[in-house]
Design a protein around this ligand. Structure first.
Ligand code: P6P
Length: 334
């Protein structure tokens, strides 16, 4: 089979399927090029002097790694001049980033977590870039934060690039999920997986077990039943994985199934959860749904949630449909 590049896939999505307009195709090509640059910087590691802390904090109050800032700057610089964007939003920036007036303004809004899982950078464990694309609402002259506050079901494209043993770009534009692996000799992303499907059932769950004593009852019940194995109500044994890098855990689930959970817990009861809705949960939830899975906050479909703040957090349960429906059902009984 001849190699299909990301560019060819996007042209075909534009020309033959009418799924994406030219400007969105251009935007996705630019994001992919930025991910290639980030992959290059990540792969250098200590040799590039990019490991360790940047001695600064982001809007979340988290210590920023040097690579967090590098990845953020790569994405801003790559996307600001193309004329396809009106503004950007990032986990690493308090407020939105307007495309400078010296460049043409486009109709899209780009949101990203430039380097998710950055606590894993210094220990050489897979990390990734997560991105989400929305359309700027019609009518308004300028762009404000309010324009970004759209439910996840309004996304026009979403994806991530995982920097692991391979650098793999995973994308949906609403026509299923496809995966492209970076061919470093050619310097291009090559289509390696089409029509990605998550099995509806699984025997593998991903959760940070050290938080067990802080969970709500439905989560405790669901995980407790998994731990009881074949002697318990589930009648089968379960395996556990926790990479502490959402991109890597979601990639495993898209590849072989599973359920990922970062639920609300009692440690900081005023926070809905740890993960951010706009640029982590929404893009990952659309990818999972496009691959036949499900994603809720325990009660509501994540893509239906109406955001009220750019950096708001959410409880996340996503992956194999039957497992997500089961744990969501336990919440409904509370
Ligand atoms: P914990 C990484 O910091 C992240 O945002 C996600 O990628 C990951 O799933 C989660 O936090 C890990 O959190 O509490 O297990 O370190």
């Amino acid at each position: 089979m001849s190699k299909i590049s990301l560019s060819r896939y996007l042209v075909e999505q534009q020309r033959e399927k009418g799924h994406i307009p030219a400007d969105l195709r251009l935007l996705l090509e630019v994001v992919a090029r930025a991910c290639k640059s980030i992959s290059h910087a990540v792969n250098k590691g200590a040799l590039g002097g990019v490991l360790g802390s940047a001695d600064s904090e982001n809007v979340q109050g988290e210590v920023q790694k040097k690579l967090d800032i590098i990845a953020n700057e790569v994405l801003l610089e790559a996307n600001e001049w193309g004329g396809h964007l009106a503004a950007m939003a990032s986990e690493e920036m308090d407020s939105i980033y307007l495309v400078p007036n010296r460049y043409p303004q486009g109709e899209y809004l780009l949101l990203f977590d430039p380097l998710d899982g950055s606590s894993n950078i210094d220990v050489n464990v897979s990390i990734g870039t997560i991105f989400s694309v929305l359309k700027k609402p019609e009518g308004n002259q300028g762009v404000t934060e309010q324009d970004f506050l759209q439910a996840g079901k309004q996304q026009v494209a979403a994806g991530y690039c995982v920097y692991g043993p391979q650098t793999t770009l995973v994308l949906t534009v609403g026509d299923g999920v496809v995966m492209f692996t970076l061919d470093r000799e050619q310097g291009s992303f090559v289509l390696t997986h089409e029509n990605v499907q998550i099995p509806a059932d699984t025997q593998e769950f991903a959760i940070n077990m050290s938080n067990m004593r802080h969970w709500d009852e439905p989560v405790s019940r669901y995980i407790g039943e998994c731990l009881q194995g074949k002697e318990g109500p589930r009648g089968k044994d379960f395996n556990m994985r926790w990479i502490a890098s959402m991109v890597a855990d979601v990639h495993r689930i898209l590849t072989r199934g599973g359920v990922f959970m970062y639920p609300w817990d009692k440690r900081e009861p005023h926070k809905a959860g740890k993960l951010r809705l706009m640029y982590e949960a929404n893009p990952m939830s659309w990818l999972v749904e496009q691959a036949g899975g499900a994603a809720t906050n325990g009660k509501t479909r994540i893509l239906d949630l109406q955001p009220s703040q750019l950096h708001e957090r959410v409880s996340v349960m996503l992956g194999s449909k039957n497992e997500v429906e089961r744990v969501t059902g336990y919440h409904a009984k509370v």
